[in-house]
Design a protein around this ligand. Structure first.
Ligand SMILES: NC(=O)C1=CN([C@@H]2O[C@H](COP(=O)(O)OP(=O)(O)OC[C@H]3O[C@@H](n4cnc5c(N)ncnc54)[C@H](OP(=O)(O)O)[C@@H]3O)[C@@H](O)[C@H]2O)C=CC1
Ligand SMILES: N[C@@H](CC=O)C(=O)O
Length: 410
């Protein structure tokens, strides 16, 4: 009998609870092991639950799980990252295996928690923290045993891809599309993490840290989200036959790590073009293997719960590879470099007199096509270094001009 302590019974936690209950017999036949959820940590006792669960299983006290010697595996599906971090640490210290979906815990603490798991000879597994239902962490861990990964590029956030799809296909305003994504259970409790790109940066940091064997600190990754995108931008993209995607990309070259999260305009030739709704696509580039594509549902109840249970099964089978990843904790405390390229900017001026003031200054950076319409100016720069992009942003901010920008990859 494997006893599980489940932390959280929201979107992901209730998916885990349902799959374990519905497929218990299948797991028993397959792995010759009874899997039982012994306790579930929640925050609000009175909240309406959409799962059929005995009230006696619910607790508000994490100690009932963390101090229970009969509990073998703790699954974290909490939305509170501080509580989740403390519970995970405590569970490992108390000799329990841990499976988590929380990229907000894994990204900053991967090295520390993995080290603790190694010391305790327990698993610390986090397949669900990147790519929702897509198996990506386990394949990546297997790949690096043979190959050198040199580039990672992906749509890593379901909420923003859902918003961009709705805005592009239905010309919906940003906040209507965001509300819809929240309703579907894709967004974080505070969707700022999704729309400003921080969730993508955390996932990119986890993938890059595992792939390159060096700590890639997500705080240092250049990160720009989609919260400033307007329907006017969508009209302009359609004119250019391009579609926007929020993409996290990192690469390692000559010992330097490059990493950025930013909106990218892609053409029909790009693999990212037809990735819609909450789907994710992750491209891994290995020196031996070349490009590998990992595609599937990047968020949502059942896909994410499935990834969690894959980790649980790996623990039951005795396959947990936290011992195999070697991460050099001391390196990569420098800032990864950003990407140069062709860039789209839309500036919205409150005061028309600022238009010439800004444009005179920034058109010097590169060959540039300008489209002026009332208080909006669209500028397509043929080639900007990352430093130029930052300078343009600083100048626009200095004048109090609203802007949205996107790299063009098409
Ligand atoms: N939603 C998704 O598609 C995905 C989510 N994730 C990650 O999975 C985790 C869970 O996300 P999700 O299920 O969407 O979140 P929800 O908001 O739907 O559920 C969060 C759960 O955590 C519980 N909780 C929050 N704070 C506390 C606390 N202080 N003490 C006890 N319980 C608490 C809540 O309790 P109560 O029910 O009583 O309020 C709720 O059951 C997050 O780390 C998220 O980033 C990862 C991949 C995909
Ligand atoms: N909020 C996240 C959930 C999955 O990680 C997303 O939208 O991708």
């Amino acid at each position: 009998m494997i006893n599980i302590g489940l932390l959280g019974l929201g979107t992901v936690g209730s998916g885990v609870y349902e799959i374990i209950n519905q497929q218990g017999l299948f797991f028993k036949n397959q792995w010759n092991e009874d899997i039982k959820i012994k306790k579930v940590l929640i925050k609000h006792k009175e909240k309406e639950r959409f799962v059929d669960i005995d009230d006696n299983l619910l607790t508000l006290n994490p100690k009932e799980i963390l101090d229970d010697e009969e509990i073998d595996i703790v699954i974290d599906a909490l939305s509170d990252r501080e509580v989740a971090y403390n519970c995970i640490k405590n569970a490992l210290e108390n000799n329990k295996h841990v499976v988590t979906a929380s990229k907000a815990v894994v990204a900053p603490n991967l090295c520390e928690l993995q080290y603790l798991a190694k010391q305790k000879r327990k698993a610390f597994l986090f397949e669900a923290s990147v790519g929702g239902g897509i198996p990506i962490i386990n394949p990546l861990k297997q790949m690096i045993e043979v190959d050198n990964i040199v580039q990672i590029e992906g749509i890593l956030n379901g909420t923003t891809n859902y918003i961009l799809t709705k805005m592009y296909e239905e010309e919906l305003p940003f906040y209507v599309a965001l509300k819809d994504a929240q309703h579907k259970g894709y967004a974080e409790l505070d969707p700022t993490d999704d729309i400003k790109g921080y969730d993508t940066a955390r996932k990119l940091s986890i993938l890059s840290t595992v792939a390159y064997g060096q700590k890639v600190n997500f705080d240092y990754i250049d990160c720009y989200g989609i919260d400033k995108i307007a329907v006017e931008d969508i009209y302009a993209f359609k004119e250019m036959d391009l579609t926007p995607k929020l993409i996290g990309k990192s690469k390692i070259k000559d010992g330097n790590i490059y990493a950025a999260v930013e909106p990218v305009l892609v053409s029909k030739d790009s693999s990212f073009f037809s990735v819609k709704d909450a789907f994710n696509l992750i491209l891994l580039n290995g020196l031996n293997t070349g490009e590998l594509h990992f595609y599937g549902q990047g968020a949502g109840k059942n896909p994410t719960a499935n990834s969690i249970i894959l980790d649980v099964i790996n623990i039951i089978k005795g396959i947990y590879e936290s011992e195999n990843i070697n991460i050099d904790d001391n390196t990569q405390e420098y800032k990864p470099l950003g990407f140069d390229g062709k860039y789209y900017f839309r500036f919205t001026f409150k005061d028309v007199k600022d238009i010439d003031l800004l444009l005179e200054d920034i058109v010097q950076y590169s060959q540039c096509k300008l489209i002026k319409e009332n208080k909006n100016v669209i500028a397509i720069f043929e080639w900007l270094s990352r430093k130029n992009v930052d300078e343009i942003i600083n100048k626009a901010q200095g004048l109090g001009v609203d802007y949205f920008y996107s790299r063009i990859d098409g």
